[in-house]
Design a protein around this ligand. Structure first.
Ligand SMILES: Nc1ncnc2c1ncn2[C@@H]1O[C@H](COP(=O)(O)OP(=O)(O)OP(=O)(O)O)[C@@H](O)[C@H]1O
Ligand SMILES: [Mg+2]
Length: 216
């Protein structure tokens, strides 16, 4: 489902964040990506939706080398992925419901079906009773759960998350770990970098550990 072949990534300015990585992730796995700060976890995750491009090597997603993907193909690639990244901003001028609706509107899902799916996604993250709220009125944890609802409303086959529980206390983080587990249970392939290791580890099928840009 995802395969890295001899992947290296050097950022402009000289630092090599990833060095000749090779690994495969099969459909249905739930992988925890571990490693020290600066090990290259975020960089690895960003290569899959082509947020960053590798300097060398191939990143194969559903049989397609996204390292060689033309810009015009990127939106189509990302629509098949559930992405939870720190810098993916919520729309602060729209309420909770509309934030989750947006990906479905873009995909052209019929409004009634879309509304049902938005509520199912909000229910999964425990925000169903907040659908009229504006994002500024949500706590940090609620905003993170809203971002998760938006990422999964399109029913992606692959869910990629970078520190989805950062700044959350253990109770909220446990909810999110369990939510990811429930997606994985219905067949979603999950790849998550997290410092809440104890909460996610019981649900993982495998761990990948990076150290200074190499697989340990
Ligand atoms: N846009 C960038 N430009 C230059 N260097 C970068 C950039 N992004 C990351 N790096 C460098 O690449 C290396 C890997 O960074 P990355 O963010 O992938 O690490 P990480 O494992 O996610 O760390 P953390 O646990 O702190 O989030 C680090 O040395 C970092 O400073
Ligand atoms: Mg990171």
């Amino acid at each position: 489902m995802i395969r890295f072949e001899q992947v290296s990534k050097r950022y402009p300015g000289g630092i090599e964040a990833l060095h000749e990585l090779g690994f495969s992730i099969e459909a249905g796995e739930m992988i925890i990506l571990s490693g020290h700060s600066g090990a290259g976890k975020s960089t690895l995750l960003k290569l899959i939706p082509a947020i960053e491009r590798p300097t060398r090597g191939a990143v194969i997603v559903n049989g397609q080398n996204v390292a060689a993907l033309k810009r015009a193909g990127i939106p189509f690639l990302r629509r098949k992925l559930g992405l939870i990244f720190q810098d993916q901003k919520l729309l602060f001028d729209r309420n909770v419901f509309d934030n989750v609706m947006l990906p479905l509107a873009i995909a052209g899902v019929a409004p009634r079906d879309a509304a049902r799916r938005v509520r199912a996604a909000l229910d999964k993250v425990g925000l169903l009773d907040r659908e009229k709220a504006m994002p500024v009125a949500l706590s940090g944890g609620e905003q993170q759960r809203l971002a998760i609802a938006r990422a999964v409303v399109n029913r992606p086959a692959i869910l990629i998350a970078d520190e989805p529980t950062a700044h959350l206390d253990d109770d909220y983080a446990r909810d999110i770990a369990e939510t990811f587990h429930s997606f994985n249970q219905v067949g979603v392939t999950v790849l998550v970098a997290t410092h809440h290791d104890a909460l996610f580890a019981p649900f993982m099928t495998r761990r990948l550990t990076l150290s200074h840009g190499r697989l340990a």
